[in-house]
Design a protein around this ligand. Structure first.
Ligand SMILES: Cc1cc2nc3c(=O)[nH]c(=O)nc-3n(C[C@H](O)[C@H](O)[C@H](O)COP(=O)(O)OP(=O)(O)OC[C@H]3O[C@@H](n4cnc5c(N)ncnc54)[C@H](O)[C@@H]3O)c2cc1C
Length: 509
């Protein structure tokens, strides 16, 4: 008779088709799941994020029970306390777990279990498209890691959108075709929404009463929390939004919180969807000519899931823990209160934060070019911003937030995997969004009370780091442009930037 197994399932591992659950026989397996109060309180996590994770965990536990597994679902003060109590109830137990993605978690699990004289068996995570070895072989000997080359290699390895050794269509990249803004009367298809069921409503009550002061509102909770719902969300995206995913990928439209984005980071990051099934479903749909999916749309989507998502996971794995502490540009200003919802006249910022409070989500370009960009050019401490992103988004996990914030958005690692900072003036926001027409600030002005704050902050950022940017071939030109301005003009811009930064800090902007 085979031995009884004990499997620990973490909140971002809700998947029965990968090890250790894949081979577990219900009658011979106990599953342990822990809701940790101290983890929930470690940051003012968005209420919808807590509901999402706890509800998805409770649904998953129920599904396992229905299949005949013995599930020990614990609500504990802390994760370690929950684990230790379980080991004490099962002396000498050997607990299997899928390798956690977040840095330091495995060590904490091991300490808690082994200090109670249990054993921890870690199996490699099966929730990815790229193994550690595949990434490490690709990265070996490279002086800089670039997503583009990793992505190309991954396409070749998997044979996706390939024509022999060449990309289908003859191009790897359709960046020039994704920078479109939709016409004003464009109608976006609404995404599928999931009404809270009894389990979710119970979690909503728990979260409202236990974490009343956390960020965000719960009124509009509509996220998928089960495998069935996650599959429906995938179908909905592929059938109704994939074809137009490419052209408007970088657009921002007021009052449209989704555009043609997939919203799939949520079920992917919980483990409810596997990236393989997501990519294969999208590829299969695009391969059928009658679905009329343009190449830039399917290529753009693949680039995100096979390229960026996998790349960031490995960047994180290979650069932690230094990445989390990085502050290469020595930015020390506090995060403006407007990020937490304090009123501001900066329309792009106010609208992004409103959307975030209501849904726990904003699309990529708002994260990078509105919120991230403002924090970067206002020289906000990147570590404070990282914690803010980690707390405020429903799809936030350390492995994905930290490289995106510290590396991609804040250049805090001085470009270990990006070639230049994503810094922009009001002109970019004006071009890519419809915010500026109704904003009190003028994107064409740099100085004066009505000038868009992003403009002076941008030049201040160039000026402040001009020695660093002079060494960067993609930023050098901006330093020259700055130095070409006359001294009086430069002084006035820097003065306006100083006022803007003070106003951001004291909440008067
Ligand atoms: C400052 C900042 C913070 C971010 N925080 C998070 C986060 O907390 N959680 C998160 O999953 N993503 C994060 N991202 C990446 C990206 O913005 C989100 O994955 C995306 O907006 C999720 O919405 P979507 O599912 O509709 O994405 P889509 O636009 O539909 O893209 C499809 C999928 O590609 C993947 N993807 C795309 N870009 C990235 C990327 N840069 N890194 C990793 N995966 C990517 C996601 O899984 C996403 O679901 C962040 C990016 C930045 C710049």
């Amino acid at each position: 008779m085979s031995e009884h197994r004990h499997i620990l399932v973490l909140g971002d591992q809700l998947n029965r088709s990968v090890e250790p659950l894949a081979t577990a026989l219900p009658a011979q397996t106990s599953v342990l799941m822990i809701e940790s109060d101290s983890l929930a309180r470690s940051l003012p996590h968005h209420k919808q994020k807590l509901v999402l994770v706890f509800s998805a965990m409770r649904h998953f536990a129920r599904e396992l029970e229905d299949l005949g597994f013995a599930v020990d679902y614990r609500k504990a003060d802390g994760f370690e306390e929950g684990l230790r109590a379980y080991v004490e109830m099962n002396p000498g137990v050997s607990i299997e777990v899928m390798e956690p993605t977040d840095w330091g978690v495995e060590a904490r699990l091991r300490t808690a279990i082994e200090s109670s004289e249990g054993r921890l068996d870690v199996v490699p995570s099966g929730l990815w498209l790229t193994t550690k070895r595949e990434f490490d072989v690709w990265a070996e000997g490279r002086t800089s890691l670039r997503q583009e080359y990793f992505y190309r290699e991954s396409r070749k390895r998997l044979g996706w959108l390939m024509d022999g050794g060449e990309p289908v269509g003859g191009q790897w990249n359709y960046d020039n075709e994704i920078r479109k803004t939709p016409p004003a009367d464009h109608v976006f298809p609404p995404p599928l929404e999931f009404e809270p069921d009894a389990i979710t409503r119970e979690v909503m009550n728990d979260v409202s009463s236990s974490y009343p002061d956390h960020f965000g509102t719960l009124d509009d909770f509509k996220w998928p929390v089960t495998r069935v719902q996650a599959l429906a969300a995938l179908d909905d995206f592929v059938e109704n939004r994939l074809a137009a995913f490419g052209p408007y990928e970088d657009a921002i439209v007021e009052g449209e919180p989704v555009l043609y984005h997939s919203l799939l980071s949520v079920p992917l990051n919980l483990g409810l969807l596997h990236p393989l099934e997501v990519c294969e479903r999208a590829l299969e749909h695009a391969a059928d000519a009658k679905n009329d999916v343009p190449l830039p749309s399917i290529e753009g989507f693949l680039r995100q899931v096979l390229g960026w998502r996998e790349f960031m996971r490995h960047v994180y794995r290979t650069k932690m823990p230094e990445l989390r502490a990085a502050n290469g540009l020595e930015h020390t200003h506090p995060l403006p209160e407007a990020f937490w919802g304090a009123p501001t006249d900066m329309r792009c910022l106010a609208k992004a934060v409103d959307q975030l409070r209501a849904t726990g989500h904003t699309y990529h370009i708002q994260r990078l070019m509105v919120l991230g960009n403002l924090a970067l050019i206002a020289r906000v401490d990147p570590r404070e911003l990282n914690e803010w992103f980690l707390g405020c988004y429903v799809d936030a996990l350390d492995w994905v937030v930290t490289p995106n914030v510290m590396g991609m958005s804040q250049f805090a690692d001085l470009g270990s995997f990006t070639s230049k900072p994503y810094a922009a003036s009001g002109n970019y926001v004006n071009r890519m969004s419809d915010h500026c027409t109704a904003c009190v600030f003028d994107p064409k002005e740099t100085v004066g009370q009505n000038a868009c704050p992003l403009n002076s902050l941008y030049w201040d950022f160039i000026d402040h780091h001009r020695e660093t940017w002079s060494q960067n071939h993609r930023m050098r030109l901006m330093v020259r442009n700055w130095e070409r301005r006359d001294e009086g003009e430069r002084a006035a811009i820097l003065e306006r930037a100083k006022q803007v930064r003070a106003a951001l800090t004291d909440g008067s902007l």
